[in-house]
Unconditional design. Structure first.
Length: 217
């Protein structure tokens, strides 16, 4: 793993803990459909996967309703929820170490790109990354394999043997596998050991420090 030159990071549940902002945004969206969910913990499955899929899977929304719900979600998220977030301990130090070792760092997230950039700028993390790739606001590019392809095409990387995807949910692992690249599942995020193992993660790590040791020569 130490020979990997290009490291792609998921954002939510990997670099930052967005639990409060995302769940409150979902709560806000559901309320507009007459659905009251006071327990934010029940909404944590929304962290990571594309929002449209989650509204359809967990609340039985039609595709049309799910797209509309994303608009409601963003009403809260763009103003307040985006910054109800915190960086995991040790992340800035790890990114600094990786950059110093000559690694090229990228973000590949299913969160809209413009929100992702704003979050990274707010937490002073954006300067560590050579490129931030996210979903398009129209949801045309949203699945993790689509975002990874977008990052690769934009920065001109073709050798997947030198790449690794780091994330906390099965979607990160599936996206990496679709491109034939290795992946690291982080257990300090929102995916369980079982979820990441069954998805086929190449490696699993329990802490930011362990992740740093795995990636850095």
């Amino acid at each position: 793993m130490k020979e990997k030159t290009y490291i792609l990071f998921d954002l939510d549940g990997t670099l930052t803990d967005p639990m409060v902002g995302i769940t409150k945004s979902v709560q806000y969206a559901l309320k507009s459909y007459g659905i009251k969910e006071p327990d934010l913990e029940k909404l944590t499955p929304f962290i990571g996967p594309p929002l449209k899929d989650s509204f359809m899977k967990y609340y039985g929304f039609s595709e049309e309703q799910a797209v509309e719900a994303i608009g409601r979600y963003r009403e809260y998220f763009a103003v307040t929820g985006m910054l109800e977030n915190q960086v995991y301990d040790g992340i800035p130090q790890m990114l600094e170490t990786l950059k110093a070792a000559g690694k090229k760092l990228f973000v590949a997230t299913s969160k809209p790109e413009q929100f992702s950039i704003q979050i990274l700028e707010h937490f002073h993390l954006k300067s560590y990354f050579d490129f931030v790739g996210g979903a398009s606001m129209d949801e045309v590019r949203v699945k993790k394999d689509e975002v990874i392809a977008y990052v690769m095409e934009t920065v001109g990387i073709t050798d997947v043997r030198k790449m690794v995807m780091v994330g906390d949910r099965e979607h990160d692992i599936w996206g990496a596998k679709k491109h034939g690249m290795d992946s690291v599942g982080v257990l300090f995020g929102y995916g369980s050991r079982q979820e990441l193992k069954e998805a086929g993660a190449t490696y699993l790590v329990e802490s930011v420090k362990e992740l740093e040791k795995l990636l850095c020569p």
